[in-house]
Design a protein around this ligand. Sequence first.
Ligand SMILES: [Fe+2]
Length: 255
Amino acid sequence: MRYALISDIHANLPALDSVLEDIATRGDTDAVYHLGDLVGYAPWPNEVIRRLSRDGVAGVAGNYDSTVATDYKHCGCRYEDPRQEELSHISYAWTRENVSADTKRFLGALPFRIDLRPVGGHVAGPSVILVHGNQLLNTVYVTEDRSDDFLAKMASALGARGGDVVAFGHTHKPWHRTIGGIHFVNTGSVGRPKDGDWRAGYVVLEIGDGGDPVIEFRRVEYDVDGAARAIEASTLPSEFAAYLRSGGQSTAWAV
Ligand SMILES: [Fe+2]
C-alpha cells in the first residue's frame, strides 16, 4: 500500500488543492489520509472541509479542530512572545466566527487516532498509526529533538511494535526517525510550513509485506502569493501572509 499523508492544512485551500492535484496527477498512491489541523490562520475553513468531504479524505482531529468543535477557550497552540499570543487568539476567534455549522460538526466528528493495516487486518502485519500530537493529547509537540526514550514510550503507549509506523503532524516540520524498528514520521504541513520552505508538504508512505517502509517527503509549489493576498484582503492579521511567504520564518510581529 502507498498512502499519501497530509497534515496541518490550516484553511489554506490553494495549498490543499495543489497537493491533491499533485497526488492525483502522479497517481502512485492508493489512499489519502489527513492528520488534522484543518482550520485556523487562513480564510478558507469551510472550503477546505468541503474539499476533503468531496474527495472522501478521512483523518484525525488536530488541536485546532477539536478546540473549535468544542468551543474551548483557546486553540491549544504554542506561542513564543506576546504578539504571537495575541495573533493566535485573533486567528482562533476569527475561525470560530467563520466556521459554518456543517464545518463545526465535521470537526467534532473526527476521530482522535486511526489505525491502518496495509496488508489487511485478517493477517498479522504492520500497522500505521495516525495521531495529530501524541498518544494522550493532540496538543503535544513531537519535535525532532525529542529523545529516543520519549519516542519509545509514545510507541509503547500506542501499542506499536517493530515494523510499524507512527505518523503525526502538529509541529509543521517534517522528519523521520527509526527507533527499535518503529518508524516515527512527522508529516510536516500542507498549509503553514515552518521549516523555511513555503511549498506545501506531504508524505508518501509505502508499506506492506516484509521490507522496510519507504517514506518520501514531497513539496509542492502552489499560489502562495494568491493565498497571502487573500489573507491580507481578509480581516485576519496580515502577519499570517508574511508567515506563509517565508515558510514560517517571518518574525514580522517581533519587531
Ligand atoms: Fe497545526
